[in-house]
Each structure stands twice: as C-alpha cells, then as structure tokens.
Design a protein around this ligand. Structure first.
Ligand SMILES: Cc1cc2nc3c(=O)[nH]c(=O)nc-3n(C[C@H](O)[C@H](O)[C@H](O)COP(=O)(O)O)c2cc1C
Length: 512
C-alpha cells in the first residue's frame, strides 16, 4: 500500500458519514432522517431486525405471535425426534387467561389405544368417517391420517419446500393439499394429493382463463389426486382472492399457472363457474361424477346465509359436498393485507361451531367429513377442534416450522431466510428436501400420537370420539363451562354416528 493510501484510509469513513448526513438532510421522504441524520438509520435497522430480536432475546415463552416460543419449541423438537417434553410444570397463565380449554381426563377406562403395541408412535390414526362414503363416490376412501397438510401452493412455497412436505406427508401416510397454484413436479414424490381449485382454475383452465373440465379430468387421472377441494375462501384473506407477489412468479410457476412471469398474480375473489349455493352444488356433482373423487369446499366463516342455503339444499335434494374445510380467521397466508388477516372472518372455534350447528340441526352432519384449519397443528387446539366435530385437521404453518421455518414473517417479500416461502434460488438451496421430509413426517406422527394419548386420557379410542363434554373452557379461577354449553351444542353433536364410532373403535382397538 502506498503511503498516500495509508494516509487517506482513516478519512474514508469520515467522508462516508458526512456524505450520508448530507443525503439525509437533503432528502424529503423520511422526516426522521432529516431531523436525525445518520443516527436515524438505526431506527430502520432496528425495525428490520425487530422480529428476530424479540424472538431470540426479549419475548417470554408464551408471548410471541402467531406461534409462541413454547409452541415452536414443541414443533421443532417433535420434528427432530428430540425430547419434546417441558419441565417443572405448566407455563401458561391458565388461571388468568379467559377462554383457556381444559381437557377432563377419566380415572378409569378400559380403552387405552396409545399404549398398545405399534400404536404408540401415532402411525395409525385414520379418519373416523369415509370420505365420499355417504354419496357413494367411486373414489370414496377412509383417509389414513387425521392430520394432513393444508393448502400451500408451489409459488408461495419453494420447489424444495413442496418436495420436502410431499415426501414427508407420504412417509407419514398423510395427504398433501396442492393449494390453488396447480400441480407441479415437486408434488410428485409419493403423497396422495388433494387438488385445490381456486378462482383462477390454475392447472385446469383454458387459454382464456376459464375452467376446462377436460384438463381437470386429465390432471386427476395422471396424478395421485384422491380428492378435490374447491376453494371459496381462506381465513387469512376471505373475500379477497389469492395473491402471489411478482417476486415469486418465476418462469416455471408462470408456465404451470399460464400467467406472465415476474408480475403480481392476483386471483379474483369469486368463482366464475357458479354464483350461488345451488349452482355450486351442480358444479360439485359435475366434478365428482366426471372425476370419480370426493369433492369438498374450503371456506372461512363470515355471513351465514350461504351455509343455511347449502344445508337446506343438501337436505332437500340429492346433491351435496363430500367434505367441508373450515379455515379460521387466525389462519396463515403467503401474503395478505393487514385488515384481512387481522379482522375479516371468524376465528376457528366460533366459525366452525356455527357451521357445524347448521348441519347438525338439519341432521346431515354425518353426511359430510369436517376438516378444520387455523393453528390446529398444536395438540391442545386440535383436541378442541375434534371435540367440536372435526374429523380431520389440516396444518400449514406448523408443517413449515417442522421443515425449518423460524417465523420470520417474510413470506410476502420472497426473502424467506429458510428457503421455504421464497422462489430465490440461493435461499431455497439451503433447504435439503430429504432431511426435511423426515422432519415433516416426524412432526405429523408426533401430533397424531399426542392426539391418541389425549384420547386415551379421556377414555376413548380415537380423537374423533372426544366430546364437547370432555372439555371445559375456563373463566380464570372463577368458573369453568363445558365446551358444549359455550358453543350451544346439543347431546351427540360433534361425534360420529354410532355406526362410524363403532367402526373406528374396532379399527383402533380390534373387535371387542
Ligand atoms: C405460505 C402459505 C400459503 C398458503 N396458500 C394457500 C392456498 O393456496 N390455498 C388455501 O386455501 N390456503 C392457503 N393457505 C392457508 C393454509 O392452507 C391454512 O388454511 C392456514 O394457514 C391455516 O392453517 P395453519 O394455521 O396451520 O397455518 C396458505 C398458508 C400459507 C402460510
């Protein structure tokens, strides 16, 4: 280094700071920088790393949202088959938290499913109802797992993440919902698929963007599609339609969806193939008869007019959906406006119970398989869902966490640091699908095992047999009310009919 350089070196930072100060003073976009040149940048830096700071340093075990540190720790440990127990006792503020659910164990019971040989690992917890059984669809089947992977498209998730989730679901015997973005090669690693059809009909639309039945039949026939889910809405952005930010629309995704690359891809808020419960049911029957597989709907819950019309039509005509997926307003998304994710549509427990009640009052709850989603990948929430009448739960963000998501909440930017919710090749290359597939499978199995253990504590053979009388909702120290009373359920609501209950008990425990 020349002596001139040596003398100039200490001046460079000074010049840099002076330049930055001059820029801050002259720019007009940020008042904070005009008022506090140079040091004002610390505010933006802190804002950018705020979530990470809170997550790792400041927050307590139960503070973080949407998933607390304890909840995430349970998922991480379960997915790595590490010790997922917690020491010293309850950490939640049960005494002072309004609405805290308590599961009421039984002292004696002759049913102890999870302690029997080969049942302890949650390998065998099929659904208590046959999907498509009531309407005798050609492809009716009993889902092998009560826990399945919720809709997340290739596009919102990276290719590596889709592959990891698909392989993991296959290992755990769970179904993988494609999301509304269509089927890609990354979905073809062994798992049975639920094909989701959104308002843009990606994967089964013609060159004008209209639904194309021939393409749908072709796609169902050439892939392991076991069910079709018509997406009416999702909890995080109901009535809004989908949105894939342009940063995530790669040429591969653009080709699968039939859209231009690099441009925001917004799906309309409503379908063009039907515009009422009546025409929806016609379409459901068309898809079911043409493809042979059970057909259901996914929706968040707001105004109930649609549901009463649907239930009325299903009670009085031969038509009907095979399953209903209810997504809670607390559900996740790749990207949504704040007002929609925070305030539009009811939270899961209220929304689900209102819809279930309509089916139960009409006496047709048995005709439908009920699926719940919205933070139901945690055992306590899932138990409440099963008690309220869910036959299965779908899990999205919890599965993301099982494959490494750190809740950075950057899905909408395309800059997910763990390579999951991104199309950035560099970021995605860090995610190794085969290792992560094992983790997703471990997590799903562990959740099923915990559900079985809780069923055992309640003295029943299967989570679907836990009733609304088996849970109380706490009002702090003052009182506890049964789940049944809180949600206005009648006796025998929320559990399968006697035939289905006897059948699932036999499947779980053998003939009695
Ligand atoms: C990254 C991401 C992408 C999603 N994509 C879809 C989608 O394509 N279709 C859909 O119906 N729901 C979509 N969802 C919602 C989930 O399927 C699920 O309903 C919701 O996140 C609630 O489940 P969770 O609380 O287990 O995450 C997405 C969620 C996330 C986090």
């Amino acid at each position: 280094m020349t002596s001139l350089w040596k003398r100039a070196l200490p001046i460079i930072p000074v010049v840099g700071v002076a330049g930055l100060a001059a820029y801050d003073l002259l720019q007009k976009r940020h008042a904070i920088l005009r008022n506090f040149p140079v040091v004002g940048h610390a505010r933006y830096a802190l804002e950018a790393v705020g979530p990470e700071l809170r997550q790792y340093i400041v927050s307590s075990n139960d503070e973080e949202r949407p998933f607390s540190r304890n909840q995430r720790r349970w998922i991480y440990a379960s997915s790595k088959l590490q010790n997922n127990y917690f020491g010293f006792g309850a950490d939640n503020d049960t005494e002072f938290t309004q609405g805290y659910p308590i599961i009421k164990h039984r002292t004696f019971s002759d049913i102890a499913p999870a302690t029997k040989a080969n049942r302890g690992r949650g390998d065998n917890v099929p659904a208590a109802k046959v999907l498509g059984g009531h309407r005798e669809r050609r492809g009716a089947f009993r889902p092998a797992s009560v826990v399945n992977v919720s809709a997340m498209s290739f596009g919102s998730l990276s290719a590596a993440a889709i592959e990891a989730v698909n392989r993991g679901a296959a290992k755990a015997g769970a179904m993988h919902n494609t999301g509304e973005g269509g089927i890609s090669d990354h979905h073809r690693h062994g798992a049975d698929l639920t094909l989701q059809i959104g308002t843009s009909y990606f994967g089964c639309r013609d060159e004008n963007g209209r639904f194309d039945l021939t393409k749908l039949i072709d796609i169902v026939d050439s892939n392991p599609v076991k069910a079709i889910e018509i997406k009416l809405s999702q909890g995080a952005k109901p009535g809004l339609g989908g949105l894939l930010p342009g940063a995530k629309v790669t040429p591969e995704i653009a080709a699968i969806r039939g859209i231009p690359a690099g441009v925001d891809c917004a799906s309309p808020s409503r379908h063009t193939e039907f515009d009422s419960a009546d025409s929806l049911l016609d379409w459901v029957e068309l898809l079911a008869s043409e493809t042979g597989v059970p057909v259901g709907i996914k929706s968040a819950v707001g105004n109930l007019d649609f549901w009463s019309e649907l239930v009325d039509l299903m009670s009085t005509t031969e038509r009907g959906v095979d399953f209903v997926t209810i997504d809670g307003g607390e559900g996740g998304t790749g990207a949504a406006p704040l007002i929609f994710s925070e305030s539009v549509s009811l939270p899961f427990r209220i929304g689900f119970s209102r819809v279930y009640a309509q089916f139960a009052e009409a006496g047709i709850a048995d005709h439908v398989v009920f699926i719940g989603s919205g933070k139901l990948g945690l055992p306590d929430n899932a138990v409440v869902a099963f008690a309220l009448g869910c036959d299965m739960v779908n899990v999205a963000r919890e599965v993301m966490m099982s494959i490494g998501c750190v809740q950075a909440q950057k899905c909408h930017t395309g800059k997910c640091p763990t390579g999951i919710a991104t199309q950035d090749k560099w970021l995605a290359h860090g995610l190794e699908p085969l290792t992560k597939a094992d983790r997703a499978a471990n997590y799903i199995r562990t959740l099923r095992r915990d559900l079985l253990k809780v069923s055992e504590a309640c003295g029943v053979a299967h989570p679907g047999l836990i009733t609304t009388d088996d849970l109380d909702i706490l009002n702090g120290h003052e009182s506890a009310t049964t789940l049944r009373k809180v949600y206005g359920y009648e006796a025998k609501w929320g559990v399968p009919n006697e035939f289905d209950a006897a059948e699932i008990s036999t499947i779980m425990n053998g003939p009695r």
